[in-house]
Design a protein around this ligand. Structure first.
Ligand code: GAR
Length: 212
């Protein structure tokens, strides 16, 4: 892949959009060479849409509940994604399964608030993840950025970072610590893609260190 100056990204979300806000902030601070060409929400009233509008980013809503199954929902989402013509699709708290067309294989990224393959899969999202980590008694959790495929939390891993579980943690305090780490690692992974430094070989993602 060629080194790029700016990567056009479309963002998919279902909720409050703190992940989107972080990407907007990183771009505005010149730390992420990307342009958000559109935001698509799968739930009515997702606050992430407001955040996008405040920054004059085009928005669309494709409600999961309006569709009977994943294929029909996915077709509607992809029609909207293609209208925005992004180079990369970024899932930012997107809570629905999405089919992946061949031309977008390894062009969709997701962030998961645990160290995949632990505490992931269907039903493992948001607070459920942190509750499960505490209930299991794990001492370390973390953040995984990965390419998304048509299964929950399964595609090749781009970056991971560990976060300690502390003695006094509640699901809320653990979520805060993990999300602080997400705000570093997710833009980093997208920046590596923008710089053309990421290559996928089977399940392994190679990151080129030196582009000079
Ligand atoms: C983030 O913590 C993200 O890791 C998690 O949901 C939160 C979204 O917050 N994603 C998942 O659990 C995906 N399996 P946001 O809606 O405020 O961006």
């Amino acid at each position: 892949m060629m080194t790029r100056n700016s990567l056009d990204i479309a963002v998919l979300l279902s909720g409050s959009g703190t992940t989107l806000q972080n990407l907007i902030d990183q771009i505005e601070q010149g730390r992420l060479d990307a342009r958000i060409v559109g935001v698509i929400a799968s739930r009515a009233g997702a606050y992430g849409l407001e955040r996008a509008r405040k920054h004059a980013i085009p928005t669309a809503t494709v409600l999961r509940k309006d569709f009977a199954d994943t294929p029909t929902f996915s077709a509607a989402v992809w029609a909207q994604i293609r209208a925005y013509d992004p180079e990369l699709v970024v899932m930012a708290g997107f809570m629905s399964l999405l089919d992946v067309p061949d031309d977008f294989a390894n062009r969709i990224v997701n962030v998961h608030p645990a160290l995949i393959p632990a505490f992931c899969g269907k039903g493992m999202y948001g607070h459920h993840v942190h509750e499960a980590v505490l209930a299991y008694g794990a001492k370390i959790t973390g953040v995984t950025v990965h390419f998304a495929n048509a299964h929950y939390d399964e595609g090749p891993i781009i970056l991971q970072a560990a976060v300690p579980v502390l003695e006094e943690d509640t699901p809320d305090s653990l979520a805060d610590r993990v999300q602080t780490k997400e705000r570093e690692v997710y833009p980093q992974a997208i920046q590596l893609i923008a710089e053309g430094r990421v290559a996928v070989e089977g399940r392994r993602v190679r990151i080129r260190q030196d582009m000079e």
